[in-house]
Design a binder for this molecule. Structure first.
Ligand code: ZN
Length: 309
């Protein structure tokens, strides 16, 4: 692809939508101020630099309806922007099916099968057997996820969340697949369940990690990775910055959670895998290393955990 074509595509996918811009105006200002303090910070976003880099987005939801208009156009262009692989994370049985469809169409796209804590309310064993069958029958299913606990929204009763989290950990152990864990305002229960049900036998990633350094170290001791995404670019995330400083790069994964969690400077717009450049640049800045090193090591981490070829 020629440079002009790429620039046109970049503009097209930059999300011309005005939606959310108003609401995000304050944090945009904060971001601009932050950039002014650190003028080198956005160097990693330059177009030429982006295409020389290769990385894996270990957490996306490209079956989300917000991609209905341009999903194929976007995914077909991903390689030109340095995206080697995407792990698309299902959230319920329907989304497992649409993830499998995407995997069929894009041989470089991998899938995680599972039921998200928001969606476990009222499900039965049929949902779990469906997840089992999908995972067993498809080689590029590389994890059980997105599973876990969300006490912030409490869309599902907490006892149900816990029961289905445990059951899906058991499923992952049976299938010998790592787990992709969602944990929001449920740090202690998440850790207790992971420890009590010996999830370290399969390992996995704590996605959008938001706990403290001490707990991060404990997860790392258990063989888990920490997923770092757009949140690390947000203002007032001192605790997360300490985690990124303190945990060796060998235990971090890059992720977007597309279409959510868009990093600064594009907060308020739809997220997609190309936005990882902002996350990688921030990790490099925090650790005082090159962006290239961040891409290299985290790509190896993702390959090792998910068996990506
Ligand atoms: Zn997610």
């Amino acid at each position: 692809m020629r440079i002009e074509e790429k620039e046109a595509l970049l503009k097209k996918f930059a999300g011309e939508s005005e939606e959310g811009k108003q609401a995000e105006a304050t944090s945009e200002n904060a971001a601009t101020a932050a950039n002014a303090e650190n003028p080198g910070e956005s160097e990693g976003n330059s177009f030429d630099e982006v295409v020389e880099h290769h990385f894996i987005d270990t957490h996306g939801h490209f079956d989300d309806p917000s991609f209905d208009e341009d999903r194929d156009e976007l995914l077909e262009a991903m390689h030109d922007f340095g995206v080697l692989n995407i792990v698309n994370c299902a959230t319920d049985v329907k989304s497992c099916k649409s993830t499998l469809k995407l995997m069929k169409r894009y041989p470089w796209l991998y899938g995680a099968m599972g039921i998200h804590p928001h969606e476990v309310k009222g499900i039965d064993e049929d949902a779990i057997s469906a997840v089992y069958t999908f995972a067993e029958e498809n080689e590029r299913v590389c994890a059980i996820g997105e599973i876990g606990l969300d006490y912030h929204y409490d869309f599902s009763p907490r006892d149900e969340q816990q029961d289905w989290f445990i059951e899906q950990i058991e499923l992952a152990k049976e299938l010998e697949l790592p787990i992709i864990v969602h944990s929001r305002e449920a740090a202690k229960d998440t850790m207790d369940i992971i420890r009590d049900y010996e999830a370290e036998r399969v390992g996995g990633v704590i996605h959008a990690y938001s706990g403290d350094l001490e707990m991060a170290e404990e997860y790392v001791r258990m063989g888990f990775y920490l997923g770092i995404g757009g949140m690390v670019t947000f203002p007032k995330v001192k605790k997360l910055i300490r985690v990124v400083e303190g945990i060796p790069l060998e235990h971090l994964l890059l992720e977007t959670d597309s279409p959510y969690m868009t990093p600064v400077p594009n907060r308020g717009k739809r997220n997609d895998s190309r936005q990882i450049v902002h996350v990688a640049a921030k990790i490099a800045e925090i650790k005082g290393i090159s962006v290239q090193k961040v891409y290299e090591v985290t790509t190896q981490n993702a390959k090792r955990l998910f068996g990506i070829k």
